[in-house]
Design a protein around this ligand. Structure first.
Ligand SMILES: CC(C)(COP(=O)(O)OP(=O)(O)OC[C@H]1O[C@@H](n2cnc3c(N)ncnc32)[C@H](O)[C@@H]1OP(=O)(O)O)[C@@H](O)C(=O)NCCC(=O)NCCS
Length: 173
């Protein structure tokens, strides 16, 4: 399937957006992620307050993606700040994590998480995220990497639809 056994993880460049968007559309078809759909997949890859993104490649093909961005009223940020441990300027949101189905279970997701976490540690930023209750593989990944649950929230999307989600904070440096 893939000749390389280890994914190549690197910062995303502008020229990666089209192929990363193609991967995202595949993930939406197989997993319903993101729940709000992928009407504009290229735009969705770059959330408001964007800081940095990474992509994963096998044999030069983009198979995975993750991004971090500055806080924008996310529930995970509020829960983290309310817990009294952090400040908003030292907090960022991890999101847009996905790996196409035929590249899974080869630690691509784990390596993407490690790249984002290392970067955040280097610049003294703590990461938070939210994850839908239905995305059980992602929840296992976060907990395996030592992320701690902050609490629950409700993700509102579409035409008045809601989904239960959990908020997590990274283990820190
Ligand atoms: C969540 C997601 C990113 C994980 O990607 P992934 O590349 O499969 O992640 P990993 O390979 O690091 O870990 C997945 C599993 O493979 C296992 N694994 C890792 N390397 C392995 C290897 N070499 N051989 C066998 N198993 C392996 C892990 O232990 C883990 O096992 P688990 O499912 O029992 O917990 C992917 O499932 C996905 O894109 N899901 C849909 C989108 C989504 O939910 N995004 C998160 C939104 S918050």
């Amino acid at each position: 399937m893939y000749h390389e056994s280890i994914p190549r993880i690197r910062p995303r460049h502008e020229s990666d957006i089209t192929d990363a968007a193609t991967a995202l559309v595949q993930v939406h078809a197989t997993d319903g992620y993101p729940v709000e759909g992928v009407r504009d997949p290229k735009a969705w890859l770059t959330p408001p307050g964007f800081i940095q993104a990474w992509i994963a490649e096998f044999d030069g093909r983009i198979v995975g993606h993750v991004a971090i961005s500055r806080p924008r009223d996310e529930a995970a940020v509020s829960l983290w700040l309310e817990a009294g441990h952090g400040s908003e300027d030292k907090t960022a949101v991890l999101a847009r994590l996905f790996v196409i189905r035929d590249a899974r279970k080869r630690a691509v997701g784990e390596q993407l998480m490690r790249a984002a976490s290392e970067y955040a540690n280097d610049i003294g930023i703590r990461l938070v995220l939210d994850v839908m209750a239905k995305d059980t593989a992602a929840i296992r990944l976060y907990e395996r990497l030592g992320w701690q649950k902050l609490g629950l929230t409700t993700h509102d999307y579409g035409d008045g639809q809601h989904a239960e989600a959990s908020c997590y904070v990274s283990p820190g440096a």
